[in-house]
Structure formats: structure tokens, C-alpha cells
Design a protein around this ligand. Sequence first.
Ligand code: UDP
Length: 332
Amino acid sequence: MRNPVGSTFLITGGSGFIGSHLTDALLARGDSVVILDNLSTGRVANIEHAIGHPRLRFFHGSVLDELMVDELVHQCDVVVHLAAAVGVKLIVEQPLRSITTNIRGSEIVIEAAHRYRRKILLTSTSEIYGKNSDGPLTELSDRILGSPAVVRWAYSTAKAVDEILANAYHKERGLPTIIVRLFNTVGPRQSPAYGMVIPRLVRQAVAGVPLTVYGDGTQTRCFAHVADVVDALLRLLDHDQAVGQTFNVGCDEEVSILELAKHIIDQVGTASGIDYIPYAEAYEEGFEDMARRVPETSKIRALTGWAPRRTFTDILADTIAEAREDMGVPRR
Ligand code: UDP
């Protein structure tokens, strides 16, 4: 059942890539939004167009600020916890920040949701599955992680702790929780600064420089458009039976990174070539990539009727258009 129109949603990380699109969608359907964002990876530019909207309030602060989180959760009907240190590059370079935000920050938000008995949607990640290269991965697929000494797995571990904590609050204390494991999500407003492959490669193609393909490019991913992901979040938020459950959200069209680079070169129409960069140069010695990551999404489809509607070509078209605009390159 849809939350009553005019509900107030607290979105932690609301000026980030996905949070800002969710904010737009909630405002458009008549709800109110309170954003808590420390602007570390989020950007004011992402929500600039909505500033001054009578149903939007923005608070500059951290999920580690317990008093602020308590007050804002108290004021809201539903919590969407998106704030996280994300991006493989950032996680590898700043592990401490990633762990603190992703474990302690989430615990503070979950505790506050419990204090005021608010429904909370917690965003998790396909990193949960680690090196499991089976496909498609269901919500019950195994996690296969490397050594804790490989810093990449800190993110997966932190998010698993969040999920376990949310599940425990649901089971033992009756907290209404929904866990969403987001697979690779792409679209306008995604920063190229934290390693994400599509915004990086698209900007390289628009700039006419070589596209950096890490390893041999045979690793695959599935990319969903952010508009489809926001649609999935709304459907789950509005569905009573989503409570207490975990859902994969992503696209199931699998593409290798090398194919992706070639598509981008074609679609941009650039003379850029491809630069193969060894993993040790791209990240750090001992870095482990995931060979494959394909979601099984029948659970959310069966419950809510959701299906991704944007194609891979749509995703690239949107990202290319935005990169051209940002970089001052005229549209073709
Ligand atoms: N990647 C790449 N070139 C880049 C950035 C990333 O080849 O400039 C690769 C990366 O090694 C991985 C894939 O693209 O195999 C997706 O990387 P991203 O960081 O976007 O997401 P994730 O690894 O979390 O799926």
C-alpha cells in the first residue's frame, strides 16, 4: 500500500547521485523530503534545481551526528538510508572513512528509526556477493570474499553488518525494514571521481583521450538506469509486503567492460583508443576485482511488477549528453 500522499521522507545522502533523483521523484508525487547530507560525495548541484521547493528541507550534516539524526528521524514518517562512502576508488583510498560511515553511521540511523518506530529502507550493495561469479545472483546466493587484508572487501563487510543489524532489529524488535541491494547504477549526476566506470569512460571518450580498461576487460557488469532504480525504490517503499525482506535491484543485461568501452567509443563517435591498465596500476597491489555480477531480480518483479525499462543505449545516451554539457562540448 502506498504511503499516504504527503508523507515526509528523510533521505540520508539525498544530494548524492541516487538520492537526488529519489528526491525529485518524491517531490513530484506530492511527498515532502528532508535531506541529510554531509556533501562529501554528494553535491549541492545535484539538488540545486529543487532548493526553495516548499516541501524540501536540506540539512548539511553527517549520519555520525547522533543528535541531528535523532531529530530528523523524529520529524519524518519514513527513512531512506542512502548515505554511504561508495565507489571502489574511494573505499580503497580511504578505508577508515568508509568503515566508520558505513557501519557506525548506519547503526545510528537504524537506532533512531527504531526509537521512533519509522519504516526504514536501507540501501545495500551487490558487493555483498564478493567474488561469487555465478549468475544470476539471488538474494540467497553465497558471499565469497577475499582476505580482510584486501581493502576492497571492507565495503562488502560493512554493508553486510548493516544488513545483519537491520534484520536483527526487524526480527527482535519489529522494526519495519526493507533492504535493497543495488547493482551497478548509472545515469545523470553520477560523479566520475570515485572510480565508476561509465562516467569515467564516457568523459574520456568525449575528451578524445584513451579509455582506461582495467585488466583485460573481460569482467562483466549489468548497468541499470538511475530512473529505473528510483522506480524500484518507490515501489518497495509503497509495498507493505516488502517489509522484512531483501531485494536485488539491477538490470540483467550483461556486458563486458571491453564491450562497454567499444560501445562508448561508437556512440560518442570519438577517435579515442583503448588503454589496458593493469589492476596494480589502477588501484593498488593485491586488488581483487569481480569477474562477473549479474542480478536475479525475479523477487522484486513478482512482488511489485517492477522491470527496468531503459536500455543500455538509453543509459549511454544520457551519460554522454551530460558529459558533453559539463565539458562544454556541443551536442551532435
Ligand atoms: N573499470 C575500468 N576502467 C575504469 C574504471 C573501472 O575498466 O576507468 C572497471 C573496474 O575494474 C570494474 C568495472 O569497470 O571491473 C566496474 O567498475 P566500477 O568501479 O564502476 O564498479 P564495481 O567494480 O563496483 O562494479
